[in-house]
Design a protein around this ligand. Structure first.
Ligand code: TRP
Length: 370
């Protein structure tokens, strides 16, 4: 039996975590500064699971930075992680619609398919093949310890761990390593994945040496930590597709108004920005602020004793104004399925070329090039 950790041990573990998070943050800031000077050094990979429609939490969390990074001159890759959909659920759902909807979202927020690569797992066999050698480089115990795997298993309400859920960090390492990405924008909850990818790359290099070239087969991926403020959902809980508390990117102005009307607030008519004591009210102020309505405190001052009704009106106007151009572009794109398919097939083609090249190096390193 393992003993529960003592308070001292736990404090030590937490401070170690804090220290490593601080290091990751410092490194991430360095990289951000370097991107401005040497964008050509970087290939960025980001991944999204097509499990539902993109919402404003996604937008302000990551999507808004896709075009910024691309426009800075970084080679930008966006993975629609379709195989990850079946890590913690039985069926794929309306996967085709969701994948195409994501492609439309990406294009609507400014991703340019001429410069960036949008692709799916299922279309890139060489990428998936990396899973085999990679699985031999990790232990079962290591996978069981992965905090993201643990929390995802807990979120499935007691269902059995599938082989894919246990090993998906290895598959995600293949996502990152196959395309030689050296930059992965992540929230801190995804840092263990990146560490796993780095470990696999190192172990591969140690085991199979440098048969191919002077340098390792895989590039070392680093985190670009997002400092995005966490947007809450309309019920005051974390904004998430499965909770049904989101404002979706694709909603109309009317649907947005209706959704925001139902948002949870409190009974104090005087609006103040106080995230700790008034999380729901403060969240609406933050949302309006992110959409360009000024600092949250200023918006609160303007509303004064106008109450939750005025706050919701202000937030609705800000959201609808901010997203109007993106939504208009998105509606146009969504109506042209052929174009979306063409973009995706182009991205898949590019991903296959790179994956084939990496797999060829892997075969050579493993002396399996017949
Ligand atoms: N696991 C990520 C998520 O749930 C999605 C993802 C898949 C990803 N592959 C990736 C993210 C590779 C970064 C890099 O959001």
């Amino acid at each position: 039996m393992t003993q529960p950790p003592s308070m001292a041990e736990e404090a030590l573990a937490n401070s170690a975590d804090d220290a490593s998070l601080a290091r990751s943050k410092a490194r991430s800031a360095e990289i951000e500064a370097d991107i401005a000077v040497n964008p050509g050094r970087y290939r960025m990979l980001t991944g999204v699971r097509p499990t539902g429609n993109m919402h404003l939490g996604h937008y302000f969390g990551t999507m808004h930075s896709w075009a910024t990074i691309q426009d800075a001159g970084v080679d930008t890759w966006i993975l629609v992680a379709d195989y990850q959909v079946i890590t913690d659920r039985d069926a794929v759902g309306p996967i085709r619609e969701r994948v195409l909807s994501l492609v439309a979202d990406a294009l609507a927020v400014g991703v340019d398919p001429q410069r960036s690569t949008i692709f799916t797992h299922s279309a890139v066999p060489a990428q998936n093949q990396l899973m085999l050698p990679f699985l031999s480089l990790v232990t079962e115990a290591e996978l069981h310890r992965n905090p993201t795997v643990k929390s995802e298993l807990e979120a499935t309400d007691g269902r059995a761990m599938s082989g894919l859920l246990l090993t998906y960090p290895v598959h995600q390492a293949a996502d990152i390593l196959f395309c030689q990405a050296n930059l992965v924008p992540v929230g801190k909850d995804q840092l263990p994945h990146l560490e796993q990818a780095r470990l696999i790359a190192q172990r591969f290099d140690k085991r199979y040496g440098r048969a191919v070239k002077e340098h390792p087969v895989f590039r070392r991926p680093e985190a670009l930590l997002s400092e995005a403020p966490l947007l809450l959902g309309l019920d005051g809980e974390k904004m998430s597709k499965s909770r049904g508390n989101t404002i979706e990117l694709r909603m109309s102005a009317d649907e947005t108004a209706k959704a925001l009307k139902k948002a949870k607030t409190d009974s104090d008519r005087v609006i103040t920005y106080d995230p700790a004591a008034r999380p729901e009210v403060s969240n609406l102020l933050m949302l309006a602020s992110l959409c360009g309505a000024g600092a949250p405190e200023e918006i609160a001052d303007r509303i004064g004793d106008g109450g939750a009704g005025t706050l919701k009106k202000v937030a609705t106007e800000a959201v609808n104004e901010f997203f109007a151009p993106i939504r208009a572009r998105r509606a146009e794109l969504a109506a042209d399925e052929d174009h979306l398919l063409q973009v995706l097939r182009g991205g898949n083609e590019r991903a296959n070329e790179v994956a084939e090249r990496t797999l060829a190096d892997v075969r050579t390193a493993m002396h399996m090039d017949y």
